[in-house]
Design a protein. Structure first.
Length: 404
């Protein structure tokens, strides 16, 4: 009785392991994204600041000239007003403190220069900062920023040369900007949650695919174990018959049958193990390539010509897979140029392959030829290569057992 193969893991155990990997951890939460609070001044912050600084300079200049503001206003009111729009530089990094700085600058400007026209620029600064605080800060900090913004709007109304009537515009503007900021934050959180859910779904889909492949591999490993036990049991019976048939002269026929059964066992094992094994360590869900796939291989790599001679027929899966791999390795030894030719000839007792085309440098073909030779030797075949004037030719023969 054969011992279980290392591939013969229980499908139920594999399914349980996969499901445990798919289940989320207890207490796990989905990552939520909102507009981030940056640690540095952004380009948009600089752009807003430059625009409002320019508007502020024009506004204060018109105040000093007496066109819109009070008469005899000091020229120093112009640079003293600049801290208000300059607070926008911290719109993304710290909007709450920027609003506090605006309130302080408004109080100082009012205390020193009295009533002037400030609302045109001040309200714009307050609106931008309250929106940013609503969009980037948590609920508690956003409420604090809203309160500071409303205070700043009230100070502008009190100190405004045009009168406190501007509060009808300033306070609602601050409230509306903050509300729009909260809406933007909520939408950003929703978008971040959707992205996280999509990522989880993609992970679950990939895990499910791996689960299905692992289940198939487990079933195949069980079939391989059963195949080995059945085939080796049959070979043991044939060997017993061979020992008894020495006297009557039929031992040669029994030995020939043992060889035939042994090769059939090897072919079936190669088919199953080829499915179970993948070169990159991951389960493959694609079907194993055969001779029919050679045309697509040529089109996707060299764009060469494929010709078939002899009497095409179904061959053992192991032979067809090895023939495909041999051609694949030999193509790796050729240049990516037109003129590559692949010939497949179905001989009575062998499958013959002929691959020719422009050769690469010797240092680049050693690995490819080594892999091709390993595949050929697996079937006790032959591989002959030659190069003349930069044109490489490789002739392969893979023996076929009688009756195929």
């Amino acid at each position: 009785m054969l011992t279980p193969t290392p591939f013969g893991a229980s499908p139920r155990r594999l399914i349980g392991d996969m499901l445990r990997r798919l289940a989320p951890e207890k207490g796990a939460t989905v990552a939520v994204a909102a507009l981030p609070v940056k640690n540095r001044i952004g380009r948009l912050d600089v752009s807003f600041t430059l625009v409002l600084v320019a508007l502020g300079l024009l506004l204060m200049y018109s105040n000093v000239q007496g066109d819109e503001g009070p008469p005899n206003l000091s020229v120093f009111a112009i640079p003293a007003f600049l801290p208000i729009p300059l607070a926008l530089l911290w719109r993304s990094s710290d909007p709450t403190r920027a609003l506090g700085a605006v309130v302080l600058a408004l109080v100082v400007h009012f205390a020193v220069f009295g009533e002037v026209v400030r609302c045109g620029v001040a309200f714009a600064v307050i609106a931008l900062l309250t929106f940013s605080a609503g969009a980037r800060c948590g609920r508690q900090e956003a409420l604090v920023a809203l309160a500071i913004g409303v205070v700043a709007a009230v100070i502008v109304g009190i100190s405004e040369f045009l009168g406190p009537g501007v509060l009808v515009v300033g306070v609602p503007l601050a409230l509306a900007s903050w509300a729009f900021g909260r809406v933007a934050r909520s939408r950003g959180q929703l978008a971040g949650e959707l992205r996280a859910r999509n990522q989880q779904l993609r992970s679950a889909r990939d895990e499910r695919a791996r689960l299905e492949v692992a289940t198939d591999r487990a079933q195949l490993s069980g079939e391989l174990d059963a195949l080995l036990q059945r085939r080796l049991g049959a070979l043991a019976q044939l060997a017993d018959r061979g020992a008894e048939s020495v006297a009557d002269g039929t031992a040669a026929a029994v030995l020939l049958e043992i060889e035939h059964e042994s090769r059939a066992t090897l072919d079936e094992m190669r088919t199953l193990v080829g499915v179970l094994r993948s070169d990159d360590g991951r389960a493959s869900v694609a079907p194993q390539p055969t001779l029919i796939s050679l045309d697509a291989l040529l089109l996707s790599t060299k764009g060469g010509q494929l010709s078939v001679k002899g009497s095409p027929r179904a061959l053992p899966a192991g032979v067809e897979l090895s023939a495909y791999r041999v051609v694949e390795h030999l193509l790796d030894a050729l240049e990516n140029a037109s003129g590559v030719k692949v010939e497949v000839r179905f001989a009575p007792d062998a499958l013959e392959l002929l691959v020719e085309g422009p050769a690469r440098r010797r240092s680049e073909v050693t690995t490819a030829l080594s892999r091709a030779r390993e595949r050929v030797e697996l079937h006790r075949g032959s591989l002959e290569t030659s190069t003349h004037g930069g044109w490489a030719t490789a002739a392969v023969a893979l023996p076929l057992r009688a009756g195929v």
